[in-house]
Ligand binder design. Structure first.
Ligand code: F6R
Length: 610
């Protein structure tokens, strides 16, 4: 949420900033802005809307300088206006600041210290900028001023990057709860909200910890710990490529990422499955730790929560351990029962979702063993837990999660079976069979994607103008219904609801009539007949059914208005297959409605505020 970039060095600063912002635009695109420090002082340029607007405003008359900061905003405090866009200035334009996060006590600070200041925006960030300006006047040094400012920010989250015309050779950064990384170059240095921002320039990264700050010049990076004392920080080399950040001939990242899913399953399995079974020794969990687990909590938000719902079924079936799958933002404030026999697993593709992070802090504080399933190495949540199982989906740029969901389902299947084996609940034969079936999924999925799914396109064209959609499934495809509905509402702005098909008769059946479409997921499973009965109940009310069914299922034809076949696979793995047409249905519906599937309105990729 909010993209950040900072640069000091000899390259053309405005170019580096705009370039970097284009790689983190998925974090927010309500407005964007840059500040460049040069001979004439600090030059700030901002524009509302997508980065393209800022790019055209910067145009050919680029501000010249040697130091600069840039920001893409996802609005929290204050509407989407140019005044509210970052950078915010203080000290008569001699200080500029960008921020990702929320300062919760900004009103108190405003009254206490800044009654004499004139504010240009409605943001909490401008309060932080003005406070930094005040502290700079008092301390006479930008870094000391940042530390003094941090002391006042009692509540909330921040990643800050600030420059001052009075110390023109440096920028200072600080973070608490919001991500920030430093990229180390030769005769130049960088800062970013995440690695892709700076990856074309360097892969040597320093990860700042909570409460830390840094002073950065072209030739030095000084890191200060939570107490403001210097800390030796050695850069880590990251092995990430930018290939994932290119569209590679696809019209949108989302379509590319949907098509990458078979490869994502394979890379998440690679090195973890073999003839002898599943090996997750990389987790470093001891036999004693695994034995002690009496309950598991799968904590997540959004799409990751739907992966968690499927993970619950997998773990309970394969490992016979009771699993809860709470929404992260509810868990933290509901007084959940946590003790040392709980394994709390955060599922977060970004590893940065504030809701999930706060929930994991609570689990940790109460003695739970903690683990993460995440797609981003070195992100905040993996850094705070006892063990991490990384999904290997590559960078996901489309704001709506697709391939990372697939990777989470793969990782959860592996984990459930591995845990089951370790605890003696899952036999070697069952494990071998599961591994074989898992390996088959990408093969079948490639065939499905190659078939171009004409039925999906037809369906998208037919229903692109409806106001409401229902998605239903049961058991392993209960969560798929929710995920399908989320995809549609996120990128096409059509209201869609996920529901358990068996629950329909307890209320939503009242909605069924001649024009109301329901997506019904009805693949091979022990409860297929029950789902067929649910479909008959809809048909008896003249409702419209789009069925997602197992290839060759003839019986379902007479119950569906549209029929989308997916390859047959065992029920536990079927969510991997059934979600694909639902992702594509959302994609094509969005395209037909003229919506941008990669950057849907009001959303941001990584939600780093509560
Ligand atoms: C939906 C989507 C969001 C995320 C949610 C959690 O397409 O992308 O619902 O799934 O914000 O994000 P992570 O997994 O990064 O914690």
């Amino acid at each position: 949420m909010c993209g950040i970039i900072g640069y000091v060095g000899k390259r053309e600063v405005a170019q580096v900033l705009l370039d970097g912002l284009s790689r983190v635009e998925y974090r927010g695109y309500d407005s964007a802005g840059i500040a460049v420090l040069g001979e004439s002082g600090i030059n700030v340029i901002k524009a509302t809307g997508k980065l393209a607007n800022l790019k055209s405003r910067v145009g050919q008359s680029r501000p010249q300088g040697w130091l600069g900061i840039g920001h893409t905003r996802w609005a929290t405090h204050g509407r989407v206006t140019e005044a509210n866009a970052h950078p915010h200035i203080a000290s008569g334009g001699r200080v500029a600041l960008i921020h990702n996060g929320i300062i919760e006590n900004y009103q108190t600070l405003k009254k206490k210290y800044l009654a004499d200041e004139e504010f240009l925006s409605e943001t909490d960030t401008e309060v932080a900028a003005k406070l930094l300006g005040k502290m700079l006047a008092r301390e006479g040094d930008l870094h000391a001023a940042m530390r003094a400012t941090m002391k006042e920010l009692a509540a909330g989250a921040y990643a800050f990057c600030a420059i001052s015309a009075d110390q023109p050779n440096q920028f200072v950064v600080a973070r608490r709860s919001s991500p920030l990384i430093i990229g180390v170059g030769e005769g130049e240095n960088f800062v970013g909200s995440d690695v892709p921002a700076i990856l074309p320039y360097t892969n040597k990264i320093i990860y700042l910890e909570d409460g830390e700050s840094a002073r950065i010049t072209p030739d030095s990076v000084e890191v200060f710990d939570v107490n403001g004392k210097p800390r030796a920080a050695k850069p880590k080399t990251v092995n990430m490529t930018l290939e994932a950040a290119e569209k590679s001939g696809y019209e949108h990242f989302m379509l590319k990422e949907i098509n990458e899913q078979p490869a994502v399953i394979e890379s998440t399995l690679a090195g973890r499955v073999s003839k002898s079974g599943i090996d997750l020794s990389e987790l470093g969990l001891t036999a004693a730790q695994l034995k002690r687990i009496k309950r598991i909590q799968l904590i997540a938000a959004g799409t990751s929560h739907y992966a968690a719902l499927t993970g619950k079924l997998l773990i309970e079936e394969f490992a016979r351990i009771p699993v809860e799958a709470p929404i992260a933002s509810e868990y933290s404030y509901s007084n959940p029962v946590i003790d040392k026999d709980v394994l709390a697993i955060a599922i977060s593709q970004s590893g940065e979702s504030a809701d999930t992070k706060v929930a994991m802090e609570l689990a940790k504080k109460n003695g739970a063993l903690t683990m993460a399933i995440s797609n981003v190495m070195g992100s905040s949540i993996p850094r705070m837990v006892d063990a991490t199982l990384y999904t290997r989906a590559g960078i996901e740029i489309g704001v709506a999660a697709t391939k990372t969901y697939m990777a989470q389902l793969t990782a959860l299947t592996l984990f459930a079976a591995w845990l089951g084996r370790k605890r003696g609940e899952f036999s070697a034969t069952e494990e071998k069979k599961l591994v074989a079936d898992l390996k088959e999924v990408p093969v079948l999925m490639r065939k499905l994607l190659a078939s171009k799914l004409v039925g999906v396109k037809r369906c998208a064209a037919r229903y692109q103008n409806v106001y409401n959609f229902m998605y239903m499934g049961r058991n392993y495809n209960y969560a798929t219904a929710f995920e399908g509905a989320l995809k549609l509402k996120e990128i096409s702005y059509i209201h869609a609801e996920g529901y358990g098909a068996g629950e329909m008769k307890h209320g939503p059946i009242a909605l069924m009539e001649g024009t109301f479409p329901t997506i019904m997921i009805c693949v091979d499973s022990p409860i297929r007949d029950k789902v067929l009965s649910n479909m008959r109940e809809i048909k008896a009310r003249d409702g419209v059914i789009v069925a997602v069914a197992s290839e060759g299922d003839e019986e379902i034809k007479e119950l569906s208005d549209y029929l989308i076949y997916v390859p047959r696979t065992r029920e536990q793995l079927s969510p991997m297959m059934t979600v694909v047409p639902l992702q594509l249905l959302a994609y094509y519906t969005a395209i037909n409605r003229g919506c941008d599937p990669d950057q849907p309105r009001n959303l941001a990729k990584s939600v780093t505020v509560e």
